[in-house]
Write a protein that binds this ligand. Structure first.
Ligand code: SF4
Length: 230
């Protein structure tokens, strides 16, 4: 019998069709997007990435050259280019640290980083200051094709409202719930996360719009379980 996680993802896939995330031209661009997307809308990230590309990122450089190029911009120029992504000073520092780390530890090559197990890639990324679990998982999954799940706020909210996990659960519990329930497959984790984000953005917002949502038949008796407020 299929798991609840599998049924939820299959239901969303039937309703929305394949999402084919992440929208980027190179794995390095995925890393940049994953670092810039923290606490901002994706449209703002797109503007920042477009600025970086206009300045020369990508531009036939591929992996080794891309990290060197961004690191070589210097913090001030980087701040200017990524300004549309919001909290640009903090994000410029994070991006710079990531690039320098990639150059120092892996010769600037993502191949060097990704040539190991998913857990090992994740642990390595978590050592970089400013990279938390969600960003590490996004980079490992979407840039590296590693078998790990991005347990962001959307995926947590859906679980909690359906009563499949508590609102108080932490990042690792949410990630573990999805990974335990889905077949171990990076392409499936990739598609599942993208579908859950779409459901979250369109229906499972701060105020749930369950009547129009494809996951409505999977709700517990009595409707969605909202977070208790004191
Ligand atoms: S909007 Fe309602 S039915 Fe849809 S995922 Fe959220 S809680 Fe479930």
């Amino acid at each position: 019998m299929s798991s609840t996680a599998t049924r939820a993802v299959e239901t969303l896939l039937a309703a929305f069709g394949p999402q084919r995330w992440w929208p980027a031209e190179t794995p390095f661009e995925v890393c940049v997007g994953a670092i810039l997307t923290q606490n901002t809308a994706w449209t703002n990230v797109e503007k920042a990435v477009a600025n970086l590309k206009k300045a020369g990122m990508g531009d036939g450089r591929r992996e080794t050259g891309e990290a060197q190029f961004v690191a070589g911009l210097g913090v001030e120029r980087l701040e200017e280019l990524i300004r549309p992504a919001g909290t640009f000073r903090v994000k410029a520092k994070r991006l710079m640290r990531f690039c320098r780390w990639l150059i120092e530890e892996h010769g600037g090559s993502l191949d060097g980083l990704f040539g190991r197990s998913a857990e090992s890639v994740r642990e390595a990324l978590l050592e970089v200051p400013g990279i938390g679990p969600e960003t590490a998982d996004a980079i490992a999954l979407y840039a590296g094709g590693k078998e790990t799940f991005v347990a962001d706020a959307y995926t947590h909210r859906i679980l909690a409202r359906h009563g499949w996990l508590d609102w108080e659960s932490g990042y690792d519990e949410v990630r573990g719930w999805w990974m335990d329930g889905l077949e171990k497959d990076a392409a499936l984790y990739n598609e599942a996360h993208a579908l859950l984000v779409k459901a979250g953005k369109e229906f499972c917002k701060a105020k749930a719009a369950c009547d129009a949502c494809p996951l409505k038949p999977m709700l517990p008796e009595g409707g969605p379980r909202e977070r208790e407020r004191w």
